[in-house]
Ligand binder design. Structure first.
Ligand SMILES: Cc1cc2nc3c(=O)[nH]c(=O)nc-3n(C[C@H](O)[C@H](O)[C@H](O)COP(=O)(O)OP(=O)(O)OC[C@H]3O[C@@H](n4cnc5c(N)ncnc54)[C@H](O)[C@@H]3O)c2cc1C
Length: 225
């Protein structure tokens, strides 16, 4: 309701570390005290130029090389991209085709071969980037959960944050409705406040109805989760 950026900071620390909270080893979870204290920034890197909703189409590869995994490919629309201290990254390890061949990795922000290919500008103050991974070598301990579990891990994290993202949008909508009601009560038009015009009243009523319907959907999503 008050500030989209405040919501963003809160939501991203959760989204970026959700896989560690739910599936991480005790060593991987050591990051959590730093992110909780605001001493480390986290990011969630799933989307790619050719794979957004269709996560099973992820193209980034993670190839086993002795005790290491080597990550190669691109991620895009990554919130906190370029400023994060840790990334949870999803890549194809190839246990099976499609969704069953993905795995999740913990990648430190200063990993060699991880770079910003492009900073993406949006209207809101929101750090976003397209990231390139050029043979980023990680120890086997960077694997989160088991090989082939990446899709399940990504969906488990998104299942939590879908309802909080909806809740943030609801806060913005409630604020917009309240600002609108204040404005039409103050602004005079044709000798009377705008609020006395019947069509303006109709618009406000429609907005109130949409906000209430959205609230009930968000509550149901949270309750179901
Ligand atoms: C501000 C912002 C921040 C983001 N932050 C992150 C982040 O931190 N980490 C991250 O990994 N990603 C992030 N993303 C990416 C986001 O998750 C993707 O945009 C999203 O997954 C959709 O993918 P896409 O943009 O490639 O669209 P596409 O998947 O290509 O969708 C294109 C169109 O197809 C429609 N569509 C999709 N599936 C179906 C279907 N089954 N049936 C009918 N229509 C369908 C969509 O509604 C859309 O209109 C961010 C995006 C934005 C805008």
């Amino acid at each position: 309701r008050d500030d989209g950026l405040a919501d963003f900071a809160f939501a991203m620390q959760g989204l970026g570390t959700g896989a560690l909270s739910l599936f991480g080893t005790p060593e991987q979870q050591e990051w959590l005290s730093r992110t909780r204290a605001g001493k480390a920034i986290s990011a969630f890197a799933l989307s790619e130029p050719r794979s957004g909703s269709d996560v099973a189409n992820t193209e980034m590869t993670a190839t086993r090389d002795g005790d290491s995994f080597v990550l190669t490919g691109e991620k895009t629309w990554i919130s906190n991209g370029g400023i994060a201290d840790l990334y949870v990254v999803f890549a194809r390890t190839g246990e099976a085709p499609g969704a069953k061949g993905l795995s999740a990795f913990l990648v430190p922000g200063d990993a060699k071969g991880l770079g910003i290919a492009e900073r993406l500008e949006v209207i809101a103050p929101h750090p976003l980037a397209r990231l390139s991974f050029e043979r980023v070598r990680l120890p086997a301990t960077a694997l989160i959960g088991r090989p082939g579990d990446g899709f399940r891990i990504a969906m488990s994290v998104l299942d939590v944050f879908r309802s909080t993202v909806g809740a943030a949008a609801l806060g913005f909508a409630r604020r917009a409705l309240d600002e609108s009601i204040k404005r039409v009560a103050e602004r005079k038009l044709f000798g009377a406040p705008m609020a006395e015009l019947q069509m303006v009243q109709g618009h406000i009523a429609d907005m109130a109805l949409d906000v209430d319907a959205a609230a009930l959907l968000v509550y149901r999503a949270a309750w179901t989760k």
